[in-house]
Design a protein around this ligand. Structure first.
Ligand code: PEP
Length: 254
């Protein structure tokens, strides 16, 4: 069976010093453990080392994730971060394909596919995001839009261990806007994602892949999403920036 996952995307928030304090606060909130729930914290790149140290010192029950990676091993790629730099610092997850990176930085499905392959070659678990803009949802084309993203983002991937590939469905119109999709909206698309994954990788693999919902998920609404058959957790932006609210979401998933 799939362990639930709650992952926090800090985006471009928290300096190194603030990030250490937030991670320490979360370690305290989660000191009693997280049961079967896998918890991941994804700070900005410059905070990764500090958060890694907190996890080690406090024996904290959460894993470290990055927010981005480049697919090359090393070289003249100013400003980029290679997969082995992430493993070296203790990151075991990495968000790819976030709509903000697609929208503001022009990332394509082809880029996201290359990033997934590079991460998996280094045993880093991709948290691969997909999701439709408002106009696509209003046109009723959201399922086919997301299915197309999934097909492109996973092209040629080999998933030996389904617990090591995660998909996050994040309708763009619900990210940071306070507008949440309903639990039924999330299930409709997460179910279609799992069916697509089954068509590509087989049912057994698809049944082991976590599909998360993201978009204004909060302590007071996360339980409703988690009740749905194909929603295995949440990717959390704003509510991951306060240790108590993020911990409350972890507890709601336990
Ligand atoms: C996100 O950016 O991944 C996200 C889900 O943000 P928020 O929870 O703030 O909508």
């Amino acid at each position: 069976m799939r362990n639930r996952m709650i992952a926090g995307n800090w985006k471009m928030n928290e300096t190194y010093t603030e990030g250490v304090v937030l991670a320490q606060g979360l370690a305290k909130e989660l000191a009693d453990g997280t049961g079967d729930v896998d918890v991941v914290v994804c700070p900005p790149a410059v905070d990764l080392k500090g958060v890694a140290e907190v996890i080690e010192q406090e024996n904290a029950p959460f894993a470290l994730g990055a927010q981005n990676v480049y697919w090359e091993e090393s070289g003249a790629y100013t400003g980029e971060t290679a997969p082995n730099m992430l493993t070296n610092i203790g990151a075991t997850y990495c968000i790819i394909g976030h709509s903000e990176r697609r929208g503001y930085f022009g990332e394509t499905d082809e880029d996201i596919n290359k990033k997934a392959k590079a991460l998996m070659a280094h045993d880093i678990v991709p948290i691969s995001c997909c999701g439709e803009p408002l106009e696509v949802r209003e046109a009723g084309k959201h399922v086919e839009f997301v299915v197309d993203q999934i097909k492109k983002d996973t092209e040629g991937l080999e998933i030996a261990d389904p617990s090591k590939y995660v998909v996050a469905y994040e309708p763009i119109w619900a990210i940071g806007t306070g507008k949440t999709a309903t639990a039924d909206d999330a299930q409709e698309v997460c179910g279609a994602i799992r069916k697509t994954l089954a068509d590509i990788f087989g049912k057994e693999t698809a049944d082991g892949i976590r599909v998360l919902y993201g978009g204004s998920a909060k302590p007071n609404n996360v339980a409703g999403f988690l009740e749905k058959e194909d929603v295995d957790g949440a990717l959390v932006g704003g509510a991951s920036l306060k240790a108590d609210s993020f911990a409350a979401m972890v507890k709601a998933a336990m």
